[in-house]
Design a binder for this molecule. Structure first.
Ligand SMILES: [Zn+2]
Length: 95
C-alpha cells in the first residue's frame, strides 16, 4: 500500500515529518480507560505528517501500519462499549 500525496498523486519519495496528528479529548478518555495498551494502540493508529517528494506539500495520512492499528482501535472501542452495556444490563437486572 503506497502513500499517495493528496495534492499531486505522487506515490513515493515522501519525507516523513516528526509531527503526529493532534490528539482529541476522546483519545485521552480512551487512554485513561484502557491504560497503557490502549494508549499504544491509538498512538500507532494516528495519522503521520508527510511532505511530498514531488510538490513539497505537507499532508497527513496513515501508514499501512497505522491503518491496522486503527482497526484494532475500533475493535477495542467496540469491546469496551459492549462490556459497558453488559455491565449496565447486569446492574439493572440485579436490582
Ligand atoms: Zn505532491
Amino acid at each position: 500500500m503506497a502513500i499517495i500525496c493528496p495534492e499531486c498523486g505522487a506515490t513515493d519519495q515522501h519525507t516523513k515529518l516528526r509531527h503526529k496528528q493532534l490528539l482529541s479529548l476522546g483519545h485521552y478518555i480512551f487512554g485513561f480507560v484502557t491504560g497503557l495498551i490502549g494508549i499504544l494502540i491509538w498512538y500507532f493508529s494516528l495519522k503521520s505528517k508527510f511532505q511530498c517528494g514531488k510538490c513539497s506539500q505537507p499532508f497527513f495520512t496513515r501508514t499501512p501500519t497505522a491503518k491496522v492499528f486503527l482497526v484494532l482501535f475500533h475493535i477495542v472501542v467496540s469491546a469496551l462499549l459492549i462490556a459497558a452495556g453488559i455491565a449496565v444490563y447486569l446492574l439493572v437486572l440485579s436490582r
